[in-house]
Design a protein around this ligand. Structure first.
Ligand SMILES: Cc1cc2nc3c(=O)[nH]c(=O)nc-3n(C[C@H](O)[C@H](O)[C@H](O)COP(=O)(O)O)c2cc1C
Length: 226
């Protein structure tokens, strides 16, 4: 397998260069480029669509084994937010993690066929609302299969969120507003890297714990270990 790497230059978020090493194909808005090169983008977006397989791929473990392993890995739950037809829309995901603090970047993984993935890649913006323990109902709404995921009634309006580029869930533990800086198509998912351009912590967040997902169920946080 070829490997790829994207790096931000340390000189700021707006006019960044991504150095991409290895034997793969990169699609940009302008067309297809191949081989080793650097791509300058404004405001900073590059899509690495296809990693060229240069060798024998090892066989993966059985589907049920893989799923059993993932079931015992607990995770937080977030709503990846975007807009569809101008209205707030949110998909429940657990695949969200920190990538780097300087610059502040996170990664989310979305099934490529979802409306959320399509709209986030198209608009170049998304939000991540980290859900609290009493937001299980919203998490279920945002994960209902084949159902529209409009979240108008769950969203904060006015105040800080007026300046955000993404819809923000009211009373989320934290909301991160992001500009897409890179995407990678991997099997049937897109890995989407976002530069965090804004952050809002509602005041009520201090007393509430996170909503967790483990063994295909939602949970609250247990006791702290000494
Ligand atoms: C706790 C939880 C975490 C999930 N994490 C992800 C994820 O990280 N990425 C993803 O694409 N879908 C994830 N899903 C699935 C989506 O929320 C959703 O169920 C799926 O996309 C089907 O909805 P759709 O028919 O509107 O696409 C998760 C679902 C749940 C319940």
């Amino acid at each position: 397998m070829a490997s790829g790497r994207t790096e931000n230059r340390p000189d700021g978020a707006r006019d960044r260069t991504y150095s991409l090493d290895g034997d793969f194909t990169v699609a940009t808005a302008e067309g297809l480029l191949e081989g080793d090169f650097t791509v300058a983008t404004t405001p900073g977006y590059v899509e690495a669509e296809e990693l060229v397989d240069t060798g024998e791929a090892p066989a993966g473990v059985a589907d049920n084994v893989f799923k059993a392993a993932m079931r015992v890995l607990p995770s937080g739950v977030v709503l990846a937010t975007t807009r569809v037809d101008g209205r707030p829309w949110g998909l429940t995901i657990s695949a969200c993690c920190s990538i780097s603090a300087d610059p502040p970047q996170i990664l989310i993984s979305l099934r490529s066929t979802t409306i959320s993935c399509r709209e986030i890649v198209r608009s170049g913006r998304f939000g991540v609302s980290i859900l609290g323990v009493e937001q299980k109902q919203l998490a279920e709404h945002g994960s209902a299969v084949g159902v529209a995921k409009f979240i108008d009634e769950f969203c904060e309006t006015g105040g800080d969120c007026e300046t955000l580029g993404s819809p923000m869930v009211a009373d989320a533990l934290f909301h991160l507003d992001c500009a897409v800086s890179a995407t990678y198509a991997v099997s049937d998912h897109h890995l989407i890297v976002g530069l965090v351009t804004g952050a809002v912590a509602p005041s009520a967040s201090d007393r509430r714990g996170p909503l967790l997902y483990f063994d295909r169920r939602f949970w609250s946080l247990g006791s702290r270990l000494e």
